[in-house]
Design a protein around this ligand. Structure first.
Ligand code: BYC
Length: 325
């Protein structure tokens, strides 16, 4: 079903309808689920929203890994709340995808079959407590940079989900920065851990924005449809410009010897990530790909009895005669 919806290139869209649709997008109107939309628009949304939902759910794993080892009760409570928020974000996004005619089960099965992606960033391990700081500061920071413009995306349910998600992401980023501040101003060993976390998470965070514009296959059409509001390189540049002064404030060094302020362009020149590493991670060869998918597969298998029970209950309810008042 998912493959049929997403990989089929054939569209029978009427040119007049297409033009009227594009005019609505250009005028800034929101498109709602039951309204006519081109097949390509629907498929692109299912792909992007579905991948985004999977990222939120898989994103719980590297952070959940530290709940039992958070250094204080307060840090534990905060991290627990953050990880629960990610589950909620996944839920909003699966619901938005469902309005396009694909079920949450189908999306999960596509993920487990390797037909859908989730963000490359979650294929990197969280080795120390400082990594939880780096994830909040850099990974949630990159997520916000990407998601704030998506609040204005053209598809109504996606846009509304983004508004709620962005509010919570801001808190997530603040908690990450707060952990980094504490570590960076702590003992030598803590400062070393903070620097090490920045060293390992800097380039994977830059990769979150997707390949460079020349290699981005979907950007041009997605921007015409306002499914995406900016190119990958535009957002990456904004992220670097916002984050470098924060690293300086923390007294940490961004692991890029060629990082320079470029007054002419009003932004930093920086070294691109190693794109061959990015594409290897996308192919399933990152440090944690197998572990992440195995965890999702186990959760899916362990939940089979709940899904089965709910479906049996729903079928029984549907078959039962309506009780007289
Ligand atoms: N990882 O043509 P392009 C978060 C794929 S986490 C994996 O530029 P597009 C959070 C791309 O899918 C952040 N795959 O694609 C959660 C495409 O392959 P397919 C999640 C990537 O879609 C918990 C191919 O590369 N955020 O929020 O126009 C804790 C070519 O790329 C990645 C979202 O998902 C990647 N990094 O642009 C903390 C935001 N980058 O699909 C934080 C919504 C690219 O043809 N998504 N690919 O097989 C988007 O804005 C866009 O989908 C992207 C990619 C900018 C990510």
């Amino acid at each position: 079903m998912y493959a049929q919806m997403v990989t089929s290139e054939a569209t029978q869209d009427d040119p007049e309808k297409l033009a009227a649709f594009q005019a609505r997008i250009d005028a800034g109107e929101k498109i709602e689920p039951k309204e006519w939309m081109p097949e390509g628009y629907r498929k692109t949304l299912i792909r992007q929203i579905g991948q985004h939902a999977h990222s939120e759910i898989v994103g719980q794993l590297p952070e959940g890994n530290w709940i039992t080892r958070a250094p204080t009760l307060e840090r534990k409570a905060i991290l627990l709340a953050k990880v629960q928020d990610e589950a909620g974000h996944g839920l909003y996004l699966y619901c938005a995808a469902e309005t396009l005619g694909v079920s949450r089960d189908e999306l999960t099965e596509a993920l487990l079959a390797g037909k859908m992606k989730y963000s490359s960033i979650f294929n990197y391990p969280t080795l120390t407590w400082a990594d939880i700081g780096a994830v909040g500061w850099l990974v949630d920071g990159a997520a916000i940079m990407n998601q704030v413009p998506l609040q204005r995306t053209s598809f109504g349910p996606y846009s509304r989900a983004m508004i709620r998600i962005c509010k919570e992401e801001s808190f997530h980023q603040r908690q990450g920065f707060d952990i980094m501040r504490k570590m960076a101003t702590g003992t030598d060993a803590q400062r070393h851990m903070a620097q090490d976390a920045l060293n390992r998470f800097w380039y994977p965070s830059l990769m979150m924005f997707g390949p460079s514009d020349k290699d981005s296959v979907h950007s041009a059409q997605s921007m015409r449809w306002k499914i995406k509001m900016n190119t990958n390189d535009e957002l990456r540049q904004k992220f670097v410009d916002q984050t470098v002064p924060q690293a300086e404030y923390l007294g940490l060094t961004v692991p890029d010897p060629d990082l320079r302020w470029n007054a002419e362009k009003g932004g930093y020149d920086f070294t691109e990530p190693d794109w061959s590493e990015f594409f290897e991670v996308l192919k399933g060869n990152g440090p944690c790909n197998a572990e992440r998918l195995a965890a999702r597969q186990k959760a899916w298998d362990d939940g089979a009895w709940v899904r089965g029970g709910l479906m049996a209950h729903a079928a029984k309810q549907a078959a039962a005669p309506v009780a007289a008042e």
